[in-house]
Design a protein around this ligand. Structure first.
Ligand code: GLC
Length: 578
């Protein structure tokens, strides 16, 4: 054998040994390619997207009708809020039959057609799995509460009243804040972390877990592409129900999240479901700290694919937020996940007020520029971006004034609680006006007609008056609209894997108005420069950054001399780096 042949042989052996590495070893780096890392997820709140049967409530046929629109956005997956049978105490987050479609939304036939239509367009579907709790109208609960001997009794958490009152548990939605509800039928209390109509399932019961895996397989067999596990960090509980220290509810996450055997249950779910299908998995909430978050998503643990952490979205309070805090949080999370694990990037969802009203500026002048800038942020960070429906238009808060305008159980019961406790009702309403979940749930603004093209009937929640000017029809025909910009931005991300996989590094972290960062992969790079303020903002970028072409610019033109530039209010620019 000559030297060259020997070398080639050695090289071949080396390559073969690389291929034989166990999967977990190959996939622990940030750059291992996965479709769910490259996905751009569009979240649809089905109740508010498009109504086709004239009852004022969105439906699956409405989503089918709008599939070409969804495709045109450049998104690659849809996360649908729950569409299962439900009495709608919490708009579908109270499921009464996990294998059926909510009557308001249509039929299983509609679902199958919708899924087919998505797949024909290369759009994946992520289902919301609500299994920390069910509806009290689910057959399991009806059986469970019927007698202490019923085989379904231990599907839920019960505390027999002869033991006295159960140790206090805080409920997020209860009008008294009490998570135990007395049920006279069997003289016992049941546990509900959310509303009284959302009893918590007992995950310590293996039968419950098996039921859930069977339900997930039912949907995976239909071909869905992923699961978002609602409130799942709360699922495991200590069924001795120990007393918690007084005032624990102020930090209830510390007592409720990631308890007991939660990780074992996720590993079991992985074995039973995730490992058998090409599905992505994400759970709402990432626990109490980075360690929890990593334990959920590090690939070698076989639990979930990506963390959906709240610290970022929680930055904005009713009275605003600081850019310094924003940068610090997103940078800290990125660096904690720089080597292992994967994050979701989002600034809005169905539990929040509108993106542009919370994080941007919804005044007439700055609404569009700030919406473009925020969408640039979401679509240029490392992690899988989640875009909430309507944010591609820069839809704004509706800003209700009185409590009877709200539909959301969290708002209504929160109000009752403040009243009951003799709290400041005016302050509560003032905060609710900017932070309520209903702000993010008003109907999609398709056009300027009476009900915004959402429905022919009065919608379940009023359409925002500004649909006369902020709507899809107007923005589709305007090349400078928030919508047109959104499409360019999704295209940029899809064309440049470095925006998915590239390293992130913050530049000039102390700048009071600008958030700038680089993304770098395999010797290529981009620089993202975002003006988060309503004023011109100058920045002198380090000379080490060799600026190349402008890849995208949210405003016409840029005032620039070399590495010194002045961005207009809310301007967003991405440069290639040479
Ligand atoms: C999650 C959902 C929220 C729902 C709650 C109870 O937080 O995102 O909308 O109200 O769980 O299911």
């Amino acid at each position: 054998m000559n030297k060259l042949t020997t070398l080639l042989l050695l090289l071949a052996l080396f390559l073969a040994s690389c291929q034989q590495q166990p999967e977990s070893q190959q996939q622990t780096t940030q750059t291992s390619q996965k479709w769910w890392k490259e996905a751009i997820i569009y979240q649809i709140y089905p109740r508010s997207f498009k109504d086709t049967d004239g009852d004022g409530v969105g439906d699956l046929k409405g989503i089918i009708e709008k599939l070409d629109y969804i495709k045109s956005l450049g998104v690659t997956a849809v996360w649908l809020n729950p569409i299962y049978s439900s009495p709608n105490d919490d708009n579908g987050y109270d499921v009464s039959d996990y294998r059926n479609i909510m009557a308001d939304f249509g039929t299983m036939e509609d679902f199958d057609l919708m899924l087919k239509g998505m797949h024909e367009r290369d759009i994946k579907l992520i289902m919301d799995v609500v299994v920390n709790h069910s509806s009290d109208e689910h057959e399991w609960f009806k059986q469970s509460r019927s007698s202490r001997e019923n085989p379904y009794r231990h599907y839920y958490h019960w505390w027999p009243a002869e033991k006295g009152e159960p140790p206090y548990r805080y409920s997020l939605f209860d009008e008294k804040g009490d998570a135990w509800k007395y049920d006279s039928l069997t003289n016992a209390y049941y546990l509900h972390y959310f509303s009284q109509k959302q009893p918590d399932l007992n995950w310590e019961n293996p039968k419950v877990r098996q039921e859930v895996y069977d339900i997930m397989k039912f949907w995976a067999d239909k071909g869905v592409d992923g699961f978002r596990l609602d409130a799942f960090q709360f699922a495991a509980k200590d069924t001795t129900y120990p007393a918690f220290p007084e005032g624990f509810e102020k930090n209830f996450i510390d007592y409720y999240a990631m308890q007991g055997n939660l990780h074992e249950y996720l590993q079991e779910m992985h074995r039973e479901v995730f490992s058998k299908y090409d599905v992505m998995s994400v759970a709402e909430g990432a626990g109490r700290n980075f360690e929890d978050a990593h334990n959920l998503v590090d690939e070698d643990r076989n639990e979930l694919n990506m963390a959906y952490a709240f610290e970022g979205v929680d930055i904005a309070k009713p009275d605003g937020y600081s850019l310094g805090h924003f940068k610090e949080v997103f940078t800290r999370w990125d660096s904690a996940f720089a080597e292992k694990g994967w994050l979701s990037i989002f600034l809005a969802n169905h539990d929040q007020a509108r993106l542009v009203s919370r994080f941007g500026n919804d005044s007439t002048v700055f609404r569009a520029p700030s919406a473009k800038m925020l969408n640039t942020f979401i679509l240029s960070m490392r992690g899988t971006p989640y875009c909430y429906f309507g944010d591609e238009l820069g839809m704004t808060n509706i800003g209700f004034e009185t409590i009877d305008q709200y539909q959301d159980i969290a708002a209504i019961n929160g109000y009752k609680k403040v009243k009951h406790q003799g709290g400041d009702v005016e302050k509560y309403l003032k905060d609710l006006k900017v932070s309520s979940r209903d702000n993010g749930r008003t109907p999609m603004q398709w056009n300027d007609s009476e009900y915004a093209g959402f429905s022919t009937a009065k919608p379940w929640l009023p359409v925002n008056e500004n649909h006369k000017t902020i709507n899809v029809a107007a923005q589709e025909s305007d090349p400078n609209s928030v919508l047109s910009y959104f499409k360019k931005m999704t295209q940029l991300r899809k064309d440049h894997p470095l925006l998915v996989y590239g390293d992130y590094e913050i530049i000039e972290p102390e700048h009071p108005q600008i958030y700038a960062y680089t993304r770098k992969l395999d010797g290529k790079g981009m620089l993202v420069v975002l003006n988060f303020s309503a004023y011109d903002a100058g920045i002198q970028l380090p000379a080490t950054l060799l600026l190349g072409d402008i890849m995208i610019n949210s405003e016409p033109g840029l005032e620039r001399r070399g590495n010194a530039m002045t961005l207009r209010p809310y301007q967003a620019v991405i440069f290639a780096l040479n």
